[in-house]
Each structure stands twice: as C-alpha cells, then as structure tokens.
Design a protein around this ligand. Structure first.
Ligand SMILES: C[S@@+](CC[C@H](N)C(=O)[O-])C[C@H]1O[C@@H](n2cnc3c(N)ncnc32)[C@H](O)[C@@H]1O
Length: 271
C-alpha cells in the first residue's frame, strides 16, 4: 500500500472524518454565503474532501476536483446531494506541479485540499498562495501532519523511530523538499503576509485497537520510511516493529497522530 493508493485512502477516510474540524467548515458558511459556491479541491484522491465538506457547507455547490491519478479520479462522485445541499463535481486529471499555472481557479471562492499540504514544497506553496490571494479566495487545508505521534503502551524506541519518519516527511514527494511537519505553520506565515486572517485547529487521528488494519498500515509506512532514511538501522527498526506487532495482536495499542486544519481568508471578508 502506498501513501496515495486507493486501499490506503479508503482505510484512512473514517479516521479523517473523526479527526477533522467541523467547526472550520461550518465557519465557511458565513464567510462564503453566495451560492452556487465554487470550490477547487487539490489532490482530491477519491473525493474524500467533497464528501466531508459538501453537507456541512450546504446549498448549491460546484466543485472542481484535481488529481493526477486516473484510478483515484474514477472513484470520485460526479455529484452528491441531500435535502440541504446539491453539489456537482467536475473531475480534472492534472499534475499540480507541471500544470500549476493552468489550474482552473477562475471564479473560485474556496481553494481546499485535505492531506496534501505536508507533501508540497515551500516554493510550490508560494505560487499557489499568490494565485489564491490574487483571486481573493478563501483557503482550507485540512489534515496536515504536524510531527507529533504518541503510541501507548510506550516503547523506548518510539521517539527515535518517529524522528526518522519526520526526516522522511521532509523529503521530496514530487513537489520539491516537502514542508512535512512544518506545513501548517508555514502556510500560516505565508497567508498572514498576504494580509489574510487565519485559524488553526488540531485534527489528530486517534486510532484504537478496533482499527487494527489502519494501525498495521500506519506502522508499516513508518518502518518503510525509517528504513529509507536510515538503512543501516534496519535491524533496530525491525525489532521495534516486532514489539509493536505484539501490542497490536494483543489489541492493546493506541496510536495518536498529530494533524492540523488550517483556514485563511482575506482580511476584507466578513467574519
Ligand atoms: C494523501 S492523498 C489525499 C487524497 C484526498 N485529498 C484525501 O483526503 O483522501 C494525496 C493526493 O494527492 C495526489 N497528488 C500527489 N501528487 C500530485 C500531483 N503532482 N498532482 C496532482 N495530484 C497529486 C495523489 O494522487 C493523492 O490523491
């Protein structure tokens, strides 16, 4: 399973839904009262962000979802609706790096992304932010990893292993050196300099032993990342994995992973 595979996105979606700040999305209703609301979702995957946000935003919405993986795009809905909202979804297969200048942002009031910000580089983000500011668009970037992990029961090598993971998080994920755990603070500084107001709300994953498959994949991902960063330490990493596997099999593992939701809007906007 890779960080963008269909299986991983399906596994993490319930954790994401529990973790995300409803309050920030509901706050968008008063900041962006006009309908239809035009939204662009970057790195949309299978459409988790639209599934989460559209019911909370309410009313008529027109989303453009952008991703470069056709297999994920074919899982996106073309529309979703209930009594309180109607949302059309237009999927676009675009590379956010190569095609950033041709992103279909014209007329867009809200630029959003979930689980993307920690993958991008400072230089890529600067270009995106300046385009958002030129439009006067509001932004909501949710579920950015912030480097905090706690596993219970504790293991003496947790901190060491997560240190390696966090180094890996700063590697190139296709956008240049990734912002990784600094993503939200970086975004806050960039948008504050662009004369935006902002809010940051924690959106930590809390994963208990009932979500064993999620725990297992998360730990496998950490171990893979740690091995890439410190190939000479494979044996110590494997020993950590065997101890953690025993906790997992015994159903006694609790994992908390720090994330943050970030919203920013031009100072002149209401709210
Ligand atoms: C961690 S996933 C998040 C997916 C979705 N937003 C969610 O919350 O489930 C990151 C997404 O960014 C997409 N992505 C990564 N690099 C990209 C690029 N250069 N251009 C377009 N999409 C990209 C991946 O295909 C993947 O769907």
């Amino acid at each position: 399973m890779t960080g963008f595979s269909l299986e991983w996105l399906q596994l993490r979606e319930p954790c994401d839904v529990r973790a995300r700040s409803q309050e920030l999305v509901i706050g968008l209703r008063s900041l962006l009262p006009l309908r239809p609301l035009q939204v662009v979702d970057l790195g949309a995957g299978t459409g988790a962000n639209v599934r989460y946000m559209a019911p909370l935003l309410g009313g008529e919405q027109r989303w453009i979802t952008v991703d470069n993986d056709p297999k994920l795009i074919e899982r996106q809905p073309s529309s979703i609706e209930s009594a309180s909202f109607q949302c059309s979804v237009t999927s676009r297969c675009l590379d956010l790096v190569a095609d950033l200048s041709s992103l279909p942002l014209s007329g867009c009031q809200l630029v959003t992304a979930s689980a993307l910000l920690d993958l991008v580089s400072a230089s890529w983000f600067a270009l995106l932010a300046s385009r958002c500011a030129a439009l006067g668009a509001t932004v909501l970037f949710s579920l950015s990893y912030d480097g905090r992990v706690q596993c219970l029961p504790r293991d003496p090598d947790d901190e060491w292993l997560i240190g390696l993971v966090n180094l890996h998080q700063r590697g190139d994920k296709g956008f240049g050196p990734a912002l990784g755990p600094d993503a939200t603070e970086h975004a806050r500084q960039v948008f504050a300099a662009l004369n935006y107001e902002w809010r940051v709300v924690p959106s930590d994953w809390e994963i208990d032993s009932a979500e064993r498959a999620m725990q297992r994949e998360l730990m496998a991902g950490w171990m893979g990342a740690a091995r890439e960063v410190a190939p000479a330490e494979c044996q110590r990493i494997d020993r950590w994995g065997r101890r953690r596997e025993a906790h997992l099999d015994a159903g006694e593992l609790l994992i908390s992973v720090g994330h943050q939701d970030f919203m920013a809007w031009p100072k002149s906007s209401a709210g």
